[in-house]
Write a protein that binds this ligand. Structure first.
Ligand code: PRX
Length: 656
């Protein structure tokens, strides 16, 4: 693990307070109010969460035990019965939200659709019944491999309604990657679409599903359900494949939500770690419902009049918590956009904001940096005055990008919430509450009430102010992951053992380096393990190395992140060839394509450098620190005394 370094953000002293007008109408109105809530929650977290669970959610049966913590295993609201689809839909039908827009959808090709709460409820119920007809039962796993269309949310909510566990796989993953995830989750059914629009081309999703499950590669899958989105020709396998619209024919739109135990599994979502294949992060029902609900409410300050837009894909945790569950549980209007900024319409995001009068906008720093490159002309020629609040997520935001976002998109009036969290945490952990906490560009600011983070060294000793260290969380919270699907051992090792427990107090290890300043503000630096963050996408270097090594020409590979202006990091691969294979431009291209086939376009190496050997310690460990310096063309100033053969460094440099 690398020691976190403190970068130039140390000099960032600008402070931005929300306007009095914003604060007055916000859910949490002042720093004092935040502090009061925070202190109360810290003094008795279980009581704090129990109170919110009572006031914010509808239950079929109340829990008997708020928190049962036997590290690393946790149960929240044990004994309670609840259903998140009920909390996202049914309860709003009784409170005047019936005809309010629940989901606004804008397709990349100009199609659009708005579903009211009553309409969304009807579609979810009908689809839940269709799932039952296919024999899907409580506890069954359902793979969802979809474009950004309303049916993706409908499928998730329908699974939740009958107690099936959804496993959404990002539509940009390859057939190979999809197969691995379906196999690991033992999915019975895959829900997909004929295709989806992305940057003016059709992504052939159904074709990828066919490839993934061909020749019985995923024996658990018995059925495939296909939404007609793009209308191109696809192969439908008789008996196995069904059209969504056919299955809906004549199906009842009445389907009561299944009362679920609080700790029943809600979904599994795969994410990269530093070792091995991606991990299936497991989230359960009640705790996740409460945590995604209350964080969405307080952080995005959701009101009845808001049109809220999160630009993530439902294939990531951000899409789960802050496109679907969090906003809908609050009865808010959530917008879903199928497309991405593309050559034919660089200003499409701003068109969407203008068209729907979006009030709250949540996106990633990498997107902001690419908007900066596209030029101010695009946002400046659209009316963005409806916006009142902005958010970012996925990676550290550099202060310059923050300032641009604030000035050009927010017109200088919108607070920015820089939200730190992870697939594992279920919801946002460190962030400003926008009406309460003054922000500093580049800092995620303060912990959410009920969250007790800290910065420590590898022995668990707290770091001093402004001293870099490892970001940890000291107390369980309702939205935390419960386990790694099928691998509790990996759960314990990955998150609870890097920092030894002191006096039996276990701490959650996030895998990020950070520091806390003299005001208690958190500055997250980035991963300290072998995980890289490429355009907000989290990738394990080992996954990419395994993909490279699975090519017959490759003997060994080492992948590191190289700093990039727009993407944050880019993928740089050092490759050693088998036997007498010779380096060539063609081979480099072939290897990049091979990685795309194995994982997906998000994992395509930007650069491949062929080498004769890799720098290793005497005990045979690859010295990635040196490779990172080499990749970014920096002088190697750090200690190389443990390096076995120093001439390797010169050769690697020459390889450039
Ligand atoms: O390194 C942190 C970075 O993204 C990682 C989590 O990635 P993932 O599970 O894919 O979830 C992304 C969306 C929640 C973290 O370990 N990260 C996320 N948000 C921030 C961040 N780094 C700095 N600042 C953030 N606001």
């Amino acid at each position: 693990m690398s020691q976190p370094t403190i970068e130039s953000v140390l000099n960032e002293k600008r402070l931005f307070a929300p306007s009095a007008e914003f604060s007055q109408s916000a859910h949490i109105k002042s720093l004092e109010e935040y502090q009061q809530i925070y202190d109360r929650a810290k003094a008795d977290p279980a009581a704090f969460w129990a109170e919110l669970a009572t006031t914010e959610l509808d239950w079929f049966e109340k829990w008997h035990t708020v928190l049962d913590w036997q590290p690393p295993n946790v149960k929240w609201f044990d004994g309670g019965k609840i259903n998140i689809s009920y909390n996202c839909l049914d309860r709003h039908l009784k409170t005047g939200c019936k005809n309010k827009a629940a989901l606004i959808w804008e397709g990349e090709n100009g199609d659009s659709r708005t579903l009211t709460y009553a309409q969304l409820h009807r579609e979810v119920c009908q689809f839940a019944n269709a799932l039952k007809q296919l024999g899907i039962k409580k506890g069954d796993r359902v793979g969802i491999y979809m474009p950004m269309i309303p049916e993706a949310a409908i499928a998730m909510l329908a699974c939740a309604r009958i107690g099936a566990v959804h496993g959404v796989v990002f539509g940009g993953f390859s057939a190979e990657a999809l197969r691995d995830r379906l196999v690991d989750a033992e999915a019975k059914l895959v829900i997909t679409a004929d295709g989806g629009w992305r940057k003016d081309v059709i992504v052939p999703l159904k074709e990828q599903v066919d490839k993934a499950i061909a020749n019985g590669a995923v024996p658990s899958v018995t059925d495939v359900l296909v939404v007609k989105r793009t209308g191109q020709n696809i192969h439908m396998s008789a008996g196995r494949d069904h059209w969504w619209h056919d299955l809906q024919q004549g199906v009842s739109a009445k389907c009561e939500a299944e009362p679920m135990d609080s700790e029943d599994m809600l979904f599994v979502l795969y994410t990269s770690g530093s070792t091995g294949k991606p991990k299936g992060v497991v989230h359960t029902t009640a705790g996740y419902n409460l945590y995604s609900h209350i964080t969405a409410k307080w952080i995005f300050d959701l009101k009845d009049t808001d049109v809220y837009w999160c630009t993530a894909d439902v294939g990531w945790i951000t899409g789960h918590s802050y496109i679907v569950y969090g906003p809908l549980s609050n009865g808010a209007t959530t917008l879903m956009y199928e497309g991405a900024p593309r050559a034919s319409n660089l200003g499409c995001f701003w068109d969407v904001i203008e068209k729907y009068q979006v009030t709250v906008f949540y996106t990633a720093p990498t997107a902001i940096r690419s908007f900066i490159k596209m030029g101010e002309h695009h946002p400046n020629t659209r009316d963005l005055t409806s916006l009142r609040l902005l958010g970012t997520v996925g990676e550290p935001i550099n202060p310059e990008a923050w300032m641009w976002y604030h000035r050009v998109i927010g017109g200088g009036r919108c607070p920015i919430v820089d939200t730190w969290w992870q697939t594992e945490t279920g919801g946002i952990m460190i962030t400003a509450l926008p009406g309460a906490v003054p922000t500093k560009p580049g800092s995620a600011t303060l912990p959410f009430p009920g969250i007790i983070p800290d910065i420590v060294d590898l022995d668990g000793n707290p770091a001093h102010d402004n001293e870099g260290g490892y970001l940890i969380v000291r107390h369980p919270w309702p939205g935390m992951m419960r386990t790694v699907y099928g691998d509790p051992d990996r759960f314990r090792k990955s998150y609870w053992e890097h920092i030894p427990p002191k006096d039996g107090n276990y701490v959650y290890f996030a895998g990020d380096g950070a520091r806390k300043d003299e005001d208690g503000y958190y500055w997250v630096m980035g991963r300290v393990d072998d995980v890289i963050n490429v355009a907000g996408h989290r990738l394990g270097t080992m996954e990419i190395e395994s993909a490279l090594v699975s090519h017959p020409a490759v003997a060994e590979a080492a992948v590191v992140g190289k700093p990039d202006d727009v993407k944050g990091e880019d993928i740089f691969a050092f490759v050693i060839l088998e036997g007498d294979r010779q380096p060539s431009e063609e081979l480099s291209k072939e290897l990049k394509k091979h990685v795309v086939n194995e994982i997906g376009a998000i994992a395509r190496p930007n650069e491949i450098r062929f080498a004769e050997a890799l720098p290793k310690t005497r005990s045979g460990k690859i010295m990635r620190r040196l490779l990172r310096s080499l990749a970014s063309g920096q002088e190697i100033t750090s200690d190389t005394s443990t390096l076995e053969d120093r001439s390797i460094l010169d050769k690697l440099r020459e390889g450039a």
